[in-house]
Design a protein around this ligand. Sequence first.
Ligand SMILES: [Zn+2]
Length: 294
Amino acid sequence: MARALEQLAEGVHYLPGAVNSLIVEGADGQAVIIDSGLDQGQARQIAKALSSLGLRPGALLNTHSHADHCGGNAELLERYPDIQIYAPPLEAELIRCSELEPVYLYGARPPGELRNKHLQAQPSPAEPIGPGRQRLAGRELELIPCPGHALNQYAVRIAGVLYAADGLFGPQVLAKHPLCFCQDSALQKRSAAELGDLQGVRLVLPGHGDPSADLSGLAEENLRHFQETSARILRCCEQPKSAEAIVAELSSASSLPLWYLDRSTVLAHLSELISLERVDWKLSGVPVFCLRLP
Ligand SMILES: [Zn+2]
């Protein structure tokens, strides 16, 4: 179903969807695309939106390497062969070698079910770009590091709008995913808090969810959710348990790929709890995790 382009600020538009994409007007009829979405279908919507605005894309920025944020790259590259693709360092490498995404989730080359478009985009030639103020397609954007959900990730601030990528999730997404995916839960919490403290943000748009004028409220809600996840995992460790047993207790996954995402999230929180000396782990046939006694 065609989705309507919405304007967030002068020259800043977004395509609402399961993953939001941003189109920022640059100089001389150029545009910057931020996140290309899951697949060809979203890339086509972006191309349609660009032509309705009379713009041609000069640059494409992927906030991080997850397939639902860069899965449209290949189609956009085919339509606009001169487009420059950028991503945070490390994430750019993963976008170039996209087969690594299902491998790191599974721990080896996985069966085909984990190599679908949700977990493996077509590779594309992303170049690393540093944080801070950067000029793309003649427009200055501020790239703000917000790692945690992904090992390295940028939010983008422009014209009073913060595109939070997956640094912050909309309330409905949080409610739907009791285990909200992360690769480093300590950094995920720190990034949510830091994004919430940013000044001069009139509107925040999460990668998944609706725009909101209440940045600090959204950040607090995310932080609470992530802290509650740690607390629930800690309670699971009252009896020694394997990571898989904890996932079985807390996950509401309805498919194998979702189960693997939940397992990564549980392992990330367990790493944080071990480094905080709240949990011990030992090998007992399988690795088991238990509360650390004072
Ligand atoms: Zn993501």
